[in-house]
Design a protein around this ligand. Structure first.
Ligand SMILES: O=C(O)CCC(=O)C(=O)O
Ligand SMILES: [Fe+2]
Length: 314
C-alpha cells in the first residue's frame, strides 16, 4: 500500500511565539527540522506570525508592479553571478521570468535594485522587499541554528553566518499557450546553501521524494518551503540531500512565486570535522560556493549528474 498513498511533506510550526533556544518547543522543533531535512531535504514551515497576510499580499503586489515594467527596464537587472539577475524568454523555459535582488536583507541592496527599476523611486516596493527578506533570513538562521546544534557544529555555522548573503528572486510564470508545454521550470536541485520558497494561489511547484514520487505543494499564505541546496549537502558531509523539484503549470493562469536563497561569499567552506568519522568518511573537499555556481554553468557542470560532487567530491 505504501507506494499508493500520496506522500506529504512534513509541516513544522514556527509560529509559536516563544521559539527560543533551550526551551522544550525549540528542542522538539529542532528534531523535526533535522529529521525532515534528512528524509526529504525540505519541509513546510508555518510562519504567519511573522509574515502576516498583509505582508504576503504586499510582496506579491510589489512583484506584480515589477513584472509590469517594460522588458528594457527589467533586463537592466544584471549580476556577476549566472542566473542571479534577470532571466526571461529562455527557449527551454519560455514561461519563466525572474529577477533577483542581491544582498536583499540590506538597505543598500534593496535600494540599489529599486532605483535601477524605478529611477524616481518606489518606497512601497523597497520597504516591502526589505521587510520580507529580513523575515526570511530570520527563518533561515533559526533553521540553520537548529541544524548546527543538532550536529554539534555551531562553531562552523557561526563562521558561515558571518559570510552569508541573501538573494531574493521574484518569479512569474505566464500560462502556456495552446500547443505549448506546461513546463515552468525544469527538474533541478538548488545551487544555494538553503532556499525558502513561497507561492501565491496558483500551484505548480512539485518536489520529488527520495523514492521518486512527486509531491504537489499546495500554496498557502502561511506556508514557506524550506529546502536544502547543493552547498548544504557538501557542508553536512552528505547527511542532507537537496531535493529535486520542478514547476508544472496547470491551466493557463499566471503564477507568481518567490525564492529566497542563501549563499556563502568570500569564504572557503570546510566540512566540519565533527561530521567525519569511520562510518561517515569525508565526501567533499573544501570549496568556494560562488566558484561552484560558475562551474555549474559550464558545459561540464551542466552535463554532470551531481554538479556538487563533480566540483568538490572526494
Ligand atoms: O517557482 C517556484 O515555486 C520554484 C522556483 C525554483 O525552484 C527556483 O527558483 O529555483
Ligand atoms: Fe529551485
Amino acid at each position: 500500500m505504501g507506494s499508493l498513498t500520496q506522500p506529504k511533506l512534513p509541516v513544522i510550526d514556527f509560529s509559536k511565539e516563544n521559539l527560543k533556544p533551550n526551551t522544550n518547543s525549540w528542542l522538539s522543533t529542532r528534531n523535526n527540522v533535522v529529521e525532515a531535512l534528512q528524509e526529504y531535504g525540505c519541509f513546510i514551515a508555518k510562519y504567519d506570525h511573522k509574515v502576516s497576510l498583509e505582508l504576503h499580499n504586499a510582496i506579491f503586489r510589489a512583484s506584480e508592479e515589477l513584472f509590469d515594467l517594460p522588458t528594457e527596464i527589467k533586463v537592466q537587472n544584471t549580476s556577476n553571478t549566472p542566473s542571479h539577475g534577470y532571466v526571461g524568454q529562455e527557449p527551454v523555459i519560455p514561461l519563466y521570468e525572474g529577477l533577483g535582488i542581491e544582498n536583499a536583507t540590506t538597505v543598500e541592496g534593496a535600494q540599489k535594485f529599486t532605483n535601477l527599476m524605478w529611477p524616481s523611486g518606489n518606497d512601497f516596493f523597497c520597504e516591502t522587499a526589505l521587510s520580507f527578506s529580513r523575515l526570511m533570513s530570520e527563518l533561515d538562521q533559526m533553521v540553520m541554528r537548529m541544524v548546527s546544534e543538532s550536529y554539534g557544529i555551531e562553531k562552523s555555522y557561526d563562521t558561515l553566518l558571518g559570510s552569508t548573503s541573501y538573494l531574493l528572486r521574484l518569479i512569474k510564470y505566464r500560462g502556456p499557450e495552446e500547443n505549448e508545454k506546461s513546463l515552468g521550470i525544469i527538474r533541478h536541485t538548488d545551487k544555494s546553501f538553503m532556499s525558502i520558497l513561497h507561492q501565491r494561489q496558483v500551484k505548480g511547484l512539485e518536489i520529488e521524494t527520495k523514492d521518486g514520487q512527486w509531491i504537489v505543494v499546495e500554496p498557502s499564505p502561511s506556508s514557506f518551503i524550506v529546502m536544502a541546496g547543493d552547498a548544504c549537502m557538501a557542508w553536512s558531509n552528505g547527511r542532507i540531500e537537496p531535493p529535486n523539484h520542478r514547476v508544472i503549470m496547470n491551466g493557463n493562469e499566471e503564477r507568481y512565486s518567490l525564492g529566497f536563497f542563501s549563499f556563502i561569499r568570500d569564504l572557503i567552506i570546510q566540512i566540519p570535522e565533527e561530521l567525519v568519522d569511520d562510518r561517515h568518511p569525508l565526501q567533499f573537499k573544501p570549496f568556494d560556493h560562488y566558484k561552484f555556481i560558475h562551474f555549474y554553468y559550464t558545459d561540464e557542470g551542466k552535463r554532470s549528474k551531481c554538479p556538487i560532487k563533480a566540483y568538490c567530491g572526494v
